[in-house]
Design a protein. Structure first.
Length: 354
């Protein structure tokens, strides 16, 4: 059995992206070479031509960028880490850019092609242009490296949050399952038909929970179907004390959302809003779209959450978990906030960017 080679640590970008990056580097180098030419003109003896210095500086900078970028496409260099391949590409590409730049500059001026010597007036332009090109390429490499490290940290955070999600489901599902089975046991003798319906709802909920724990994304329709099954199961235990309403517009049914994002919020509404209230309460789950994206609301008319939930209540962890998932998936553009509503109850508002 042949072991496949390890993936390249420094894979080349797609052609369109590579061309765009090269053009951006050429533009940045050209701007820097203008500054280089101006400084060199001031430092050179009187009579030095700014335009001639700029001419040589621009061509050397242009070909240096192009050759360094072309070397990136060599299969042998692709397998090397960027921290090794970049210095090597600079060592090979800058001298080549120097030679090509001089050749183009002299040829387009109609002058014999020659290489700058120690006392040639263009030597300073050569050194400065190559240094400027290397500096720009180093800055681009540094920026890409920082971006890759940030992306790796974000991925690690996302994986950690998803692992917490699976752990949370493993902690919550058995407790609810045992209570539901206990209620079903008594319901089998009292109302077999209702017991059969509740078994079907339990199957729907567990199937959706299992699928959600494995998926990276879901739809609002699937999420609301899971919440419907969950609330029907909880209504078996709470009876008339639990009233609920799910409001999902047809145009939002296929909107993509993280799986089981609203489940902890509904559980909080039941635990801290409905159950403590003697007469029960109504839980409403709704979705709408505005200019900034999706707005998901879980509201209850119960006693509401205290200002500072108790450390062992599970509320603090549930809310922190939802906020952590939103941060990992969408960054600061997404949010979860709680607010009271009149005359009583709490609203949990989730915003997901478009």
């Amino acid at each position: 059995m042949t072991t496949p080679p390890p993936p390249a640590d420094n894979p080349p970008p797609p052609r369109a992206e590579a061309a765009h990056q090269t053009l951006r580097l050429v533009g940045q180098t050209a701007a820097l070479c203008v500054l280089v030419a101006a400084v060199l003109t001031l430092l050179q003896p009187a009579g030095a031509s700014f335009w001639r210095t700029l001419w040589f500086s621009q061509w050397i900078g242009f070909w240096s960028v192009v050759t360094v970028q072309l070397l990136r496409q060599l299969p042998g260099l692709r397998r090397w880490p960027r921290r090794v391949s970049l210095p090597l590409r600079l060592a090979l590409g800058l001298p080549a850019g120097y030679a090509l730049g001089f050749a183009c500059a002299y040829a387009l001026l109609g002058e014999p092609v020659r290489i700058a010597g120690l006392y040639d007036g263009q030597l300073a332009a050569v050194v400065a242009s190559l240094s400027a090109t290397g500096f720009v390429l180093y800055l681009v490499w540094l920026r890409n490296r920082l971006a890759e490290e940030a992306a790796a940290r974000l991925l690690a955070q996302k994986l950690a949050v998803e692992a917490e999600l699976r752990l949370l489901r493993a902690q919550l599902d058995p407790h609810m399952l045992f209570n539901t089975l206990a209620n079903l046991r008594s319901l089998v003798d009292e109302d077999p038909r209702e017991a059969q319906q509740m078994i079907d709802r339990l199957i729907t909920f567990l199937r959706a929970t299992l699928a959600g724990s494995r998926a990276e994304t879901s739809t609002l329709q699937a999420e609301f179907e899971q919440l419907q099954a969950y609330l029907e199961i909880m209504a078996l235990r709470l009876g008339r004390r639990l009233r609920y309403r799910l409001d999902l517009p047809a145009e939002l049914q296929q909107a993509a959302v993280p799986p089981m994002l609203l489940q902890p919020l509904v559980e909080n509404a039941l635990k801290h809003g409905v159950e403590p209230k003697v007469g029960g309460a109504t839980v409403t789950v709704s979705a709408e779209r505005d200019a900034d994206g999706l707005l998901l609301v879980v509201a209850d008319t119960g006693v509401g959450l205290p200002d500072e939930p108790a450390a062992g209540s599970g509320s603090r962890y549930g809310l922190a978990h939802v906020r952590g998932r939103l941060q990992a998936l969408y960054g600061p553009a997404a949010s979860l906030r709680l607010q009271g509503q009149e005359p009583c109850g709490t609203r949990a508002i989730v915003r997901i960017p478009a």
